[in-house]
Write a protein that binds this ligand. Sequence first.
Ligand code: PLZ
Length: 447
Amino acid sequence: MTALPPLPQERRLLTPIPGPKSQELQARRLAAVAGGVGSVLPVFTARAGGGIIEDVDGNRLIDFGSGIAVTSVGASAEAVVRRASAQLAAFTHTCFMVTPYEGYVEVAEALAELTPGDHAKKSALFNSGAEAVENAVKIARAYTKQQAVVVFDHGYHGRTNLTMALTAKNMPYKHGFGPFAPEVYRVPVAYGYRWPTGADNAGPEAAAQAIDQISKQVGAENVAAIIIEPVLGEGGFIEPAKGFLPAVRQFAADNGIVFVADEIQSGFCRTGQWFACEDEGIVPDLITTAKGIAGGLPLAAVTGRAEIMDAAHAGGLGGTYGGNPVACAGALGSIETMKELDLNARAKHIESVMKARLSAMAEKYEVIGDIRGRGAMIAIELVKDRTTKEPHPEATAALAKACHQEGLVVLTCGTYGNVLRFLPPLVIGEDLLNEGLDIIEQAFTSV
Ligand code: PLZ
């Protein structure tokens, strides 16, 4: 295999975005790919790495999306490529359930070491985030012998049948795709910016409401699992107000309920800690991971207390490709890179640069209602009026489009479609980070 020359870490626009070759591919795509599968920006990728995505027209875009929080180490990180390539040449697959291999075990050992808590831990590996969440539910049900699952307003957990039921937002995730799995109950979350009595009260009040609803409407004794994203991702980068997570976690412990932290988006250095739940000292019973774990290769995991993880009967968990050897090699390369480059520190630095620049923008542009997030998981919520906080999805879409046209990949999210989110690779260079922020600032002027 011949190594590619390094990908220059410079934005370069040679054509309008998308360029002619991307448009040709997009026409073929529209004829051949199901319409239900969308794309944020129909620019076809030729190469990607560091903070750059190079398209088939030779344009180089700055990446503030990381393929939705996946390529934290970059999309062609040296250690990921090296280890995954070596594994590819050795063998692509045997199925861990047929003849196992060391890489799977090494990933499980790394997860035991990196996840919060010093109790005995075990892991099971899967292919996607949704699959990990489904398996966390299976494991919690096997352990507690209960069925109910509690999730939260604005939560996102996937697109499979059970995880659609766990996900809050109707469009585009659930609409027309029911009936959904039973025994799923949704309770309030401490969304500080929109809490009726103010952000300072959100933590304790939302926790009291959630606990009251679980106790009175579901019955704590019927609950197998409480599942929450320590920073809610698709729902709008909502950091539950302080005190909320510890209160809910304590309630779970007091009632024998398995507390599951879904760290699929927030995990692996994204928020400046290995896992976002560490911020308030939360030790979950189970933790689901995916995305950033393997530098772009499809891998997901459920990790947790050994006695809970062992509750499912032998043969009860699995899947043909779960913990594929190439994906495991990628994960070991990704974790190696995170440690070597201290990407937690890097994420914290990205937060300080972004928040300073965005705060300055908020002084000029009234449409910015809130700036929030941690590490390299930062967002702004856009509103029509700072007093009424009426969501402004139109401005959000227009700003994203303006950024795209200037060669900056940004994503939107939020229950109301009014959150612009920034998820740069943690390895992005200082110049690209600042240039991306310049483009965002320009977009405010032009919109
Ligand atoms: N849990 C917290 O963020 C995936 C979804 C994008 P999969 N988020 C991106 C889309 O529109 O499909 C996610 C997540 C959290 C679970 C998942 C699901 O992970 O790997 O997409 O299945």
